[in-house]
Design a protein around this ligand. Structure first.
Ligand code: DX5
Ligand code: ZN
Length: 226
């Protein structure tokens, strides 16, 4: 497995040709699909439900799909996304009343569990649940829309969470979501992230392979630092 995983965010894909566009992103080198679910309550935007995820599976998209729930409530959506073919389900702690129960529900439904923290959300939410998490998602923009600028003050937060993961010895992925571009990905990787959500940087480009090659070559500079 690559040390770094690239996760095309289909929020920026061409919805009229979603299957083909996602296949193109994977052929260009994407490792997993990031699937943003927005409900108009937790964030001011409305996106996709489980039927679309199921359609991607029916289109023979086989890579892991990482469902990022920006919904409130959370729990009622988990079984349907799991049935549709999700591998990871990530949620925001402020959106549920019982974080531990929500993680348990995700696991009971056969998925891996991720906790997503907004730029201003404290990392103390990670206390007492690290042993149950498969992924921590640090939002590098405020959730709701693609194509925003990364908030640079999150870089120290990435370093802090990397230390927490390494000290714990648990096998937890550290994903960053929002505003990741060719010219900032190296700093983010050096801070400790290992899964990179790529929305507009990829889908707004003409040649996906060129973009992902540029990104892999930046990340290879980071590999030399380990
Ligand atoms: C924002 C979403 C992101 C978004 C990233 O709320 O969670 O996944 O699609 O898009 P870019 O990479 O364009 O910031
Ligand atoms: Zn997302």
């Amino acid at each position: 497995m690559n040390q770094f995983l690239l996760a095309p965010s289909i929020l920026s894909a061409d919805f009229a040709r979603l299957g083909e566009d996602v296949s193109r992103a994977l052929s260009a080198g994407g490792d997993m699909i990031h699937f943003d679910v927005m409900d108009g309550h937790y964030v001011n935007n409305l996106t996709m439900g489980p039927m679309i995820l199921k359609s991607l599976r029916n289109f023979n998209i086989q890579v892991p799909i990482d469902v990022h729930l920006m919904t409130k409530p959370v729990d009622s959506f988990i079984p349907s996304f799991a049935d549709a073919g999700a591998n990871f389900i990530t949620f925001h702690p402020e959106a549920t009343n019982h974080i531990d129960n929500t993680i348990n529900l995700i696991k009971t439904c056969g998925c891996k569990a991720g906790l997503s923290l907004n730029p201003s959300t404290s990392i103390h939410y990670l206390d007492y649940i690290l042993d149950k998490l498969d992924m921590i998602v640090l939002m590098t923009v405020n959730p709701g829309f693609s194509n925003q600028n990364l908030i640079p003050s999150i870089i120290p937060k990435i370093r802090n969470v990397r230390k927490i993961i390494d000290t714990s010895n648990f096998d937890i992925l550290l994903e960053v979501d929002g505003g990741i571009k060719v010219d900032n990905i190296l700093d983010i990787a050096l801070a400790g992230a290992n899964v990179f959500v790529l929305g507009s940087v990829l889908f707004d480009s003409i040649d996906y392979t060129i973009v992902l090659n540029k990104i892999r070559s930046k990340l290879s500079l980071c590999l030399n630092n380990f």
